[in-house]
Design a protein around this ligand. Structure first.
Ligand SMILES: NC(=O)c1ccc[n+]([C@@H]2O[C@H](COP(=O)([O-])OP(=O)(O)OC[C@H]3O[C@@H](n4cnc5c(N)ncnc54)[C@H](OP(=O)(O)O)[C@@H]3O)[C@@H](O)[C@H]2O)c1
Length: 368
């Protein structure tokens, strides 16, 4: 049999079956796949060989301990994080983990640079993108963001090469709201439509399976904010291009104990009814990945006792913060940045602890 090129229904199910002690609810069925409620993120850390080695070890350990969602972006540590994932996947394949068991997402939009920040950013852009006919200086927004079709294609091809993959399971446009500062919403939507056209093309050629938007503020602010994204509009554009079987099936946004807007703020209209972002995603058939689950490490130390108790008193504050995110209704996966194997060891103890039930979770929001 030919080896699979991407995460598959059977492969991810088989992956979950490797962990008979996993608690109910640790693995979730979404978009035809079985995905873990905790994913490993690869954003933070120095651009040096020691951090590279740490990430390779941490990612390898993570997959061996019950996590099959890996998140990255072209610009994370100047492409080093993607290359670390490539190395970890090679280790995992030697240990018998197949490509079809693991779900890999990456993002394109920001200038990636190469291994380290260049001393001359203009010169870098000229050489890597202008001279190669990929993009012009006019395509750049805010000096660092681009989402033209040709640019996104270059980023998809680069990410495939960095991770030695044939297919990326999920390709996000990275922080599309970065484009909103300098343009009106009609121009933005026209750019988004062109981008989605290119992404649908890549689905047909097999270079990506799904696509989505990874955002910071876009889905969490009020509709009158200049940086606001309507999820219904985005899905509408994807439908116009890809039809009912379009590939816009995931969003990523920050969510944690200190940033609860995506659960609480009713800022998204769907068919004339108003929902919070997580509910709007459910209504629109979109799955949710949460970033910054422990507020970039800050929630590893300071969770109040009554919150810990409602969340079942996990051993540490970091685990409690992750338990909050993975227990939130309509969240598929809490992404946690982990460059250290010791953090993987600690956080993945949650794989054997069930997320708290919805009624118990709701107690967090009862006014004292
Ligand atoms: N706009 C976007 O698209 C966007 C923005 C931000 C993040 N993301 C994605 O979401 C992922 C998660 O967010 P994040 O990495 O920014 O923040 P995070 O997950 O909230 O925090 C990561 C930090 O917490 C530390 N940590 C992990 N487990 C710990 C533990 N048990 N005890 C103490 N510290 C611990 C990590 O340290 P070590 O590294 O030393 O293990 C790292 O410094 C990212 O990696 C990225 O993949 C996307």
């Amino acid at each position: 049999m030919k080896p699979e090129k991407q995460a598959t229904a059977d492969g991810t199910k088989k992956y979950a079956e490797r962990f008979p002690n996993a608690a109910d609810g640790h693995f979730r069925a979404v978009q035809g796949l079985t995905l873990s409620s905790i994913g490993i993120g690869t954003y933070l850390g120095n651009w040096d060989a020691a951090t590279d080695a740490n990430y390779v070890e941490a990612i390898t350990k993570f997959v061996r301990q019950g996590g099959n969602v890996i998140d990255t972006a072209a610009n994370y540590r100047f492409q080093r994080s993607e290359r670390n994932i490539g190395k970890a996947l090679q280790n995992l394949s030697e240990k018998g983990f197949g490509r079809e068991e693991i779900f890999i997402s990456t993002k394109g939009g920001y200038l990636p640079f190469d291994n380290e920040p260049p001393s001359d950013v203009r010169g870098y852009f000229q050489k890597e993108f202008v001279d190669k006919g990929i993009a012009t200086f006019d395509d750049l927004v805010g000096g660092s963001h681009c989402m033209t079709p040709a640019y996104l294609q270059s980023q998809i091809d680069q990410s495939l090469g960095n991770m030695a993959l044939e297919t990326i399971d999920l390709f996000y446009i990275h922080n599309p709201e970065s484009q909103l500062g300098g343009t009106d919403k009609y121009t933005f939507e026209a750019r988004l439509a062109k981008a989605f056209e290119k992404l649908e093309e890549n689905r047909i050629s097999g270079k990506i399976k799904f696509y989505g938007a990874a955002t910071w503020n876009g889905f969490r602010v009020a509709p009158d904010n200049a940086g606001y994204h309507s999820l219904e509009r985005m899905v509408g554009i994807a439908k116009q291009i890809g039809g009912e079987n379009h590939g816009f099936r995931f969003i990523q946004l920050p969510f944690n104990l200190a940033m609860p807007e995506a659960y609480l703020l009713r800022n998204q209209a769907v068919s004339g009814k108003v929902f919070a972002p997580f509910e709007a995603a459910r209504e629109l058939g979109v799955s949710v990945m949460c970033s910054a689950s422990i507020l970039q490490g800050k929630l590893a130390h300071s969770v109040p006792l009554h919150i810990r108790e409602i969340l079942g008193s996990p051993v540490t504050d970091a685990m409690t913060s992750i338990q909050f995110v993975r227990s939130t209704p309509n969240v598929t996966t809490a992404l946690v940045g982990m460059s250290r194997a010791a953090h993987v060891e600690e956080n993945m103890k949650l794989a054997e602890i069930a997320p708290v039930a919805e009624e118990q979770f709701a107690e967090l929001f009862v006014q004292a």
